[in-house]
Design a protein around this ligand. Structure first.
Ligand code: ADP
Ligand code: MG
Length: 243
């Protein structure tokens, strides 16, 4: 059963067509990685999935919600879709626990005690149980990003979207974040992620998608895609590590 179904999506900014008929499905429990050069449309595709961007043609369905530009429908959609970006944007004046319980309490009406229990559970999932009362500026970048992931998990999403979540981190801090994502994958979370971490895509993602010039240029089981790239563009991307 597909949790995310993107069908022939076209998206343009003025005269610039950035998605040129993109189709992709993510099944329940599946991990799909998206790779490709900067400007190939990866973030735009991800942002279309939770309605942060409008598109002009095609359709997207996520966990039974058709993605439409209607505020009430978008709110319903976003209850089921977690998204984590490169910048973690935690509230600096709130503790880790408060950062995590805020959304469940406000948007889902979860009670104080239940929200706290939920926050402790998701903090344990990202290996930061002891940081419940810490403030974000007491944490490393890697820890802050793990809190951002926990904050998203507290909404109990049916699918998680990740857009280059380790790109802003010092190299020595990326491993701990990737480990948390790998653990989530093992626990059966459905995930669609954009990444520059080729080893992660290859070893953790069931399917890897190579985007090029607004199109899905090539996709397949991750190991096959990396070991036997069919197009010269993917061959060049893999061997050059070009971003
Ligand atoms: P990627 O994530 O693969 O680097 P993006 O999806 O961010 O690529 O961008 C795809 C293309 O769309 C790029 O050419 C980029 O310059 C353009 N683009 C992205 N956002 C906007 C915007 N808000 N207005 C105009 N063009 C944009
Ligand atoms: Mg991007």
């Amino acid at each position: 059963m597909s949790v995310v179904a993107i069908d022939q999506v076209h998206k343009r900014y003025g005269a610039l067509e950035v998605l040129k008929g993109v189709s992709l499905t993510v099944d329940a429990g599946q991990v799909v990685a998206v790779i490709g050069r900067s400007g190939s449309g990866k973030s735009t595709m991800l942002r279309c999935v939770n309605g942060l961007e409008q598109f002009q043609a095609g359709s997207i369905t996520v966990a039974g919600h058709k993605v439409e530009q209607d505020q009430a429908k978008l709110r319903e959609l976003r209850k089921d879709v977690g998204i984590v970006f490169q910048s973690y944007n935690l509230f600096p004046h709130l503790t880790v626990g408060q950062n995590i319980t805020l959304s469940p309490r406000i948007t889902q009406g979860v009670g104080h005690e239940e929200a706290e229990a939920l926050a402790r559970k998701v903090l344990a999932q990202v290996g930061l149980s002891e940081k419940f009362d810490a403030y974000p500026d007491m944490l490393s970048g890697g820890q802050q990003q793990r809190v951002a992931i926990a904050r998203s998990l507290a909404m109990r999403p049916k699918v998680m979207l990740f857009d280059e979540v380790t790109s802003a981190l010092d190299p020595e801090l990326t491993g701990e974040v990737l480990l948390v994502m790998e653990q989530l994958a093992k626990e059966g979370m459905t995930m669609l992620l954009v990444t520059h971490e080729m080893n992660f895509a290859r070893s953790v993602a069931d399917v890897t998608v190579f985007m090029h010039q607004g199109k899905i240029w090539e996709m397949g089981p991750s190991k096959e895609l990396f070991e036997q790239p069919k197009t010269p563009e993917l061959q060049a991307f893999i061997s050059g590590g070009v971003k």
